[in-house]
Design a binder for this molecule. Structure first.
Ligand code: ADP
Ligand code: MG
Length: 343
């Protein structure tokens, strides 16, 4: 046995009492008390179209993306921040939990973080899915609240904090004070929309077809293209006229233009959330600024653009891809303290 009372060895089962899950549109992370983050994989499932059965989840399913044959396909069950496909969302959660090899003897408590746009019907589906995965008790929490806690903010104070969580499918903005959301705004424009904007740009301006993986790679490399130190960006795609693979080089300012509309939508949502914030809390935000989190917070130059556009201080959280799962874990460790933020 190790110090946590679990048997050692590769095939040892984990005796988990408490589990925190960040069910993100792009990535699912699972933290187990005493064990740390055991799952950090894309929110993707591969399913058999004939039987509608889940074949693989996470990394394994991602590897099949684009290489699937006629009766196999990959889906992202939470793509737009809503649970578009209940059965696949359930299959994904069950698949991830199975991967952790939890002992069936201990029925764990689970806190699950979901996008704030998820409807009550969808919330119930997530709860039932967790119960099927052997949960003893299930608690749900909204993404920006979990992020704020994970960042280390003391949200119980009468002080306003603005969190902007940019994920794959959704950007969620919340002003949080006294353990509650005072003003919020969620839009289905985030990292995926940025990738799509890059694809569209090369399609329209260069008659070049680029895939999602390429678009994402360009985004990671160039970021907003604002004040970029790059001089050229190499883009591989397929010429739409000849049908032949082709490589072109563009400057970072093209990526800036490609992303401009998408970034304007995110800025617009931040402005709306600021307009809805009561004046007392606006004053706090003026002092403390906006905190960016979620994978989209890593977009190079985004903080600078937001600073210019809002005239507010803008901070990028530490390890933005982990703040939600950390916060969800912290809630799990002290359910009493955080009772008022649970759904
Ligand atoms: P979700 O909570 O919706 O699952 P995440 O917080 O995991 O989303 O963020 C995923 C998004 O972050 C993806 O769109 C991905 O492209 C983007 N992302 C990750 N790293 C970077 C980076 N370095 N620059 C820009 N975007 C990034
Ligand atoms: Mg997230």
């Amino acid at each position: 046995m190790n110090s946590n009372g679990q048997p050692r060895g590769r095939f040892a089962q984990i005796f988990a009492k408490d589990i925190a899950i960040d069910l993100g549109t792009a990535n699912t992370l699972i933290w187990v008390k005493g064990q740390g983050i055991l799952v950090n994989e894309p929110s993707i499932v591969a399913k058999n179209l004939d039987t509608n059965k889940v074949i693989a989840v996470g990394n394994e399913a991602k590897e099949m993306l684009g290489k699937t044959h006629h009766n196999l396909t990959t889906v992202r069950p939470l793509k737009d921040g809503v649970i578009a496909d209940f059965q696949m969302a359930d299959g994904m959660l069950q698949g991830f939990i199975r991967k952790m090899r939890l002992s069936r003897i201990a029925r764990p408590r689970m806190v699950i973080c979901i996008p704030s746009g998820v409807t009550p019907v969808e919330q119930r589906a997530v709860r039932e899915s967790a119960e099927r995965a052997n949960a003893r008790e299930v608690y749900l929490i909204e993404e920006p609240v979990a992020a704020a806690i994970g960042i280390g903010l003391d949200i119980s104070k009468p002080v306003g904090n603005m969190i902007v969580d940019i994920g794959g499918g959704t950007t969620e903005i919340a002003v949080i004070a006294l353990n509650g959301i005072v003003a919020k705004e969620a839009i289905r424009v985030a990292g995926d929309a940025e990738d799509q904007a890059i694809i569209n740009w090369f399609h329209d301006k260069h008659k070049l077809e680029v895939g999602y993986a390429t678009a994402e790679r360009i985004k990671l490399e160039v970021g907003t293209g604002y004040n970029s130190d790059l001089t050229v960006v190499t883009v591989k795609g397929r010429d739409m006229v000849s049908g032949i693979p082709k490589i072109i080089e563009v400057g970072p300012e093209e990526i800036r233009k490609a992303l401009w509309d998408t970034l304007q939508q995110i800025i617009g949502a931040i402005r709306r959330a600021l307009e809805r914030t009561p004046p007392e809390l606006s004053a706090d935000i003026l002092d403390r600024g906006i905190i960016l989190t979620g994978g989209g917070a890593l977009l190079k130059g985004l903080d600078e653009i937001l600073r210019e556009e809002t005239n507010l201080p803008v901070h990028v959280s530490e390890e933005p891809l982990l703040s939600v799962v950390r916060g969800t874990g912290m809630v799990l460790e002290d359910l009493k303290k955080y009772a008022s933020v649970l759904l």
